[in-house]
Design a protein around this ligand. Structure first.
Ligand code: GLP
Length: 242
């Protein structure tokens, strides 16, 4: 794993923006794996700016998001569909039929998982996957204990995740308790992976990712088994790493 140490959130976002831009400039029809959450917001802002300045274009890019809450419609402000539309897709030149997220209101959720997995395969897989890190070491919504062999699946969210994500909802009771997530195995198929980590609240999880053993108890530790992972982390997030 390559670790890029940066000063703070802004520097992390800028570096991530540069690496994604380089990927698109090298391969204009790249397939990107995208994440939601507070962590990648600054990176998205940077990419929007580069698109406005005509430095890059998403015209031929395809995107696949990691996850979506079950039960939230695409118009729900707390859905990841809504987050991506507002924070990124509607502000860049990407074609709407090139952006994909799992459908959290699909009537047949098992079929939806398979459809999503097949769709990724059908475009040749993900070239570059962006990941955030949960405070409990989750990647996407793969919680501690998830099998490293897991494909896209319906999962139960851990209480720590419900608590962490409650800040976006009126109360913790309103956070959906299940999600569809790309599995660990799906994520590990990506050609390249960038893990973004910022802030003290992620320090313990990042320490376990980098210094700990590879174990299903810490989902992010699986990244040690991938041949092309770059971690961009700020000083606060790296504060416990040896
Ligand atoms: C969420 C998402 C993850 C995200 C992580 C960290 O629950 N499912 O994909 O990376 O938790 O979120 P944040 O960046 O807001 O700290």
């Amino acid at each position: 794993m390559k670790i890029i140490r940066v000063k703070d959130y802004d520097e992390m976002s800028q570096k991530a923006c540069e690496l994604v831009s380089d990927q698109i400039l090298k391969q204009k029809d790249s397939v990107l794996g995208l994440a939601t959450g507070s962590t990648p917001e600054g990176m998205y802002e940077g990419l929007i700016e580069k698109t406005s300045n005509k430095e890059i274009s998403f015209k031929d890019v395809r995107t696949f998001n990691l996850d979506e809450y079950i039960g939230l419609s695409e118009e729900d402000p707390n859905s990841y569909h809504y987050f991506m539309e507002e924070n990124f897709f509607k502000r860049i030149d990407i074609s709407p039929d090139h952006t994909h997220l799992p459908k959290g209101k699909a009537t047949d959720l098992q079929a939806e998982c398979q459809r999503y997995e097949d769709l990724i395969e059908s475009v040749g897989g993900i070239d570059l996957q962006i990941l955030g890190l949960g405070t409990n070491g989750h990647i996407a919504f793969n919680e501690p204990g998830s099998s490293f062999k897991s494909p896209t699946a319906v999962v139960d969210l851990a209480q720590e995740t419900l608590d962490a994500n409650a800040r976006f909802f009126d109360s913790v009771e309103e956070v959906p308790t299940q999600a569809i997530t790309m599995g660990i195995a799906s994520i590990m198929k990506a050609g390249k992976i960038i893990l973004l980590v910022s802030g003290e609240s992620k320090a313990e999880a990042l320490k376990q990712t980098i210094n700990g053993e590879v174990t299903e108890d810490v989902p992010s530790s699986v990244l040690k088994n991938h041949s092309n992972v770059t971690i961009i982390a700020d000083e606060a997030a790296l504060s416990l790493v040896e």
